[in-house]
Design a protein around this ligand. Structure first.
Ligand SMILES: Nc1nc2c(ncn2[C@@H]2O[C@H](COP(=O)(O)OP(=O)(O)OP(=O)(O)O)[C@@H](O)[C@H]2O)c(=O)[nH]1
Ligand SMILES: [Mg+2]
Length: 196
């Protein structure tokens, strides 16, 4: 599929601000700084549709982007950043729970993990939580440009093992190199689009 149109709709601080038009949604979750906002820009071929940060914690609200006037990509704030106050962590928890619990429009959750590292306990918790709520899941190992082919192959196996992925889809991607972008767009969104 071709992404012809992508538009920022809203930065939501709570349920009352989510879109109400029932278009399907695909959300990106993962640790702070893993590249959630960057991959939204790469997939939509836009330089700064989603705000990217050099310091973790750049995305603080739930951002909705309307694609081809047909479905939403949802950019969520990341977890696991150590230098975050308890209050801030609680705020994150409430924001995420609010969105990820019983969201009928949410058709798939894409969990991003850093291709250079073993997934953290938080990553495992997040994956299990999302599965428990019955959402479809895809996993993408990000920043693959930072590794050699050999390192990447090894780490993908480690990621698969740590997350006990057998059937769930796992991909690797670099938002800077963007190789395989069209194929990734097809794999991530095709089922959502054809289901409608
Ligand atoms: N080399 C490389 N850098 C990347 C890639 N993806 C993201 N980055 C960099 O990683 C940093 C964090 O990227 P973001 O997209 O803001 O990460 P995020 O997951 O949205 O972070 P939060 O909003 O804080 O949760 C930025 O400096 C990006 O330029 C990639 O594929 N390769
Ligand atoms: Mg972000």
């Amino acid at each position: 599929m071709e992404i012809k149109q992508s538009e920022f709709i809203i930065s939501a601080a709570g349920r009352g601000q989510y879109p109400k038009d029932d278009r399907p949604e695909i959300a990106f979750v993962g640790r702070s700084n893993v590249g959630k906002s960057s991959i939204i820009n790469a997939l939509t071929n836009r330089r700064s549709l989603a705000k990217v940060g050099n310091t973790p914690g750049k995305t603080r609200l739930i951002n909705f982007f309307l694609i081809n006037d047909f479905f939403y990509l949802v950019d969520l704030p990341g977890y696991g950043y150590a230098k975050v106050s308890k209050v801030e962590r609680q705020r994150w928890g409430m924001l995420m729970e609010d969105y990820l619990t019983g969201r009928a429009a949410l058709k798939k959750v894409v969990l991003l993990v850093d291709s250079r590292h073993k997934p953290t306990e938080d990553d495992v918790l997040m994956l299990n939580w999302v599965k428990h709520h019955g959402y479809k899941v895809a996993v993408i190992a990000t920043k693959s440009d930072k590794l050699t082919k050999n390192e990447l192959r090894k780490n993908l196996q480690l990621i698969k093992d740590t997350l006990s992925l057998d059937e769930a889809d796992i991909y690797s991607f670099s938002s800077t190199a963007k190789a395989g972008r069209d194929e990734l767009v097809d794999s991530l969104f095709e089922d959502i689009v054809t289901e409608q």
